[in-house]
Design a protein around this ligand. Structure first.
Ligand code: KIV
Length: 275
């Protein structure tokens, strides 16, 4: 296979799994086709996260995200990808009842979007569901530590696994890895715990607010581009301030319209001109 054919090949969950201990897996969220194209050019995994509810729809948490929302955004992202592995979140309420419910909804997400895997939140209590899906051909990415769909049970978006709580989070990560997950997201856990889990489980850990020692990293793309307002969590490095640039551009447009500087002569049509 030539280098260019190699690059054009779509990354699969098995490829991601094989990266354990190797070059870190690069993952960003995407919710739209244009953003998916940008993510596809540089990342191994494009995650249609249920963070879409907060980031694009203005919801107060991810709890109001529906299967239909995930399908629409999943379809949009799929249209922008050539090489990144497409993983889609199972929204709150679509999988917790049991393995059959999870299979029904995961199958719909995959069939209607072309996603190659689903991600679901939860540790030991979700292990049977992970095993059920994997046995039926649905690759699963796990997600332990701070699981935002449980924000009400946690009482906020707090770091998980501090002190004596570390063993609980480690046991959760082991359970989903042993159940067959091809990778496990570790969200907002102490760095030493993330390193311990990375050493303990056989599949890649994908950190967010975890440790540089994880086998990969994920961020919400709008956060790292500075598009999501004043939200500046400790674990995000802002690689751009696109929100400021957009605000300045919109203000300049508004001034130009009010002063009749836009449209200019180059933007209007004459009676005789073609399309
Ligand atoms: O919904 C999401 O965007 C996520 C990642 C940040 C891990 O679950």
């Amino acid at each position: 296979m030539s280098a260019s054919t190699e690059r054009a090949r779509r990354a699969t969950p098995s490829d991601i799994r094989a990266r354990k201990g190797g070059t870190p897996v690069v993952c960003l969220t995407a919710y739209t086709t244009p953003m998916a194209r940008l993510v596809d050019a540089a990342c191994d995994v494009a995650l249609v996260g249920d963070s879409v509810g907060m980031v694009l729809h203005g919801l107060p948490s991810t709890l109001g995200v529906t299967l239909e929302m995930m399908i629409l955004h999943g379809q949009a992202v799929a249209r922008g990808l050539d090489r990144a592995c497409l993983v889609i979140d199972m929204p709150f309420g679509s999988y917790e009842e049991g393995p059959e419910q999870a299979f029904r909804h995961a199958a719909r997400l995959m069939a209607e979007t072309g996603a190659q895997a689903v991600k679901l939140e939860g540790g030991r209590h979700m292990a049977a569901t992970v095993a059920f899906l994997v046995a039926r051909g649905i690759p699963v990415m796990g997600h332990v530590g701070l699981t935002p769909q449980s924000v009400n049970a946690f009482g906020g978006y707090r770091v998980q696994g501090r002190g004596a709580d570390a063993d609980r989070v480690a046991a959760d990560a082991r359970a989903v890895a042993e159940a067959g997950a091809f990778a496990v997201v570790l969200e907002k856990v102490p760095a030493a715990l993330a390193d311990r889990i990375t050493a303990e489980i056989a599949v890649p850990t994908i950190g967010i607010g975890a440790s540089p020692g994880c086998d990969g990293q994920v961020l919400v793309v709008d956060d790292m581009l500075g598009l999501f307002g004043d939200f500046r969590p400790k674990f995000v490095r802002r690689y751009a301030e696109l929100g400021d640039g957009a605000a300045a551009a919109i203000a300049a447009y508004a001034e130009d319209v009010r002063a009749r500087r836009f449209p200019g002569p180059e933007h209007v049509f004459t009676a005789g001109e073609g399309a």
